[in-house]
Write a protein that binds this ligand. Structure first.
Ligand code: NAP
Length: 167
């Protein structure tokens, strides 16, 4: 498996508030859709519950310790090890789409981080992207945007791991 992380973060690594996204940036939603389309996406139960609907064209993998019922098209894992074991010999790119807990747990396994770095902050955020050692990655800016309505600048940045992680 080639694990990629995709996240939109504020100046202080803000990810979310009250189980919702903080900034809704149109071009960023498009970037998320185009980057993840056709791939498997893994997420924590809370992020799954925050989605407005099942995202078309992407197989959803959800981690939970609960026995909740999920729609039948969702692949459910109760243990992170089972997920890693299932895909260890696969070549496919799988996207970790969050939230905080899933980013923290899978950062060491990720080869690529697609981060939307937003020039804004929110002191009321309650979910944060983990700090990581940028020296372990090659950084390239793949897009720069300005949302006129919200007066917010943001960049799409790709961090590629120089040497592979724990695998
Ligand atoms: N800005 C962004 O790009 C972005 C992306 C995604 C999410 N978010 C935000 O992030 C916030 C949610 O993050 P979060 O950390 O609270 O939740 P989360 O990571 O989405 O989900 C956490 C849940 O996942 C399950 N889980 C996690 N690790 C597990 C493991 N090893 N084994 C079994 N189950 C496991 C548990 O579910 P159970 O409790 O069911 O056991 C846990 O409570 C929201 O505000 C959301 O909007 C932001």
């Amino acid at each position: 498996m080639k694990l990629s992380i995709i996240a939109a973060i504020g100046k202080n690594n803000e990810l979310g508030k009250n189980n919702e996204l903080i900034w809704h940036l149109k071009e960023d939603m498009k970037f998320f859709k185009e980057t993840t389309m056709g791939h498997k996406i893994i997420m924590g139960r809370k992020t799954f519950e925050s989605l407005p609907e099942i995202l078309p064209g992407r197989k959803h993998l959800v981690l939970t310790r609960s026995e909740l019922e999920f729609p039948k098209e969702v692949e459910v894992y109760h243990d992170l090890k089972d997920f890693l074991e299932t895909y260890k010999d696969s070549d496919e790119e799988i996207f970790d789409i969050g939230g905080e807990m899933l980013y923290r747990e899978l950062l060491d396994y990720a080869d690529k981080l697609y981060l939307t770095e937003i020039e804004a902050e929110d002191k009321e955020a309650d979910a944060y992207f983990p700090k990581f050692n940028k020296e372990e990655f090659d950084k390239s800016i793949i897009g720069e945007h300005y949302d006129e309505k919200k007066n917010i600048e943001y960049k799409h940045v790709l961090y590629k791991r120089r040497s592979y992680g724990k695998r």
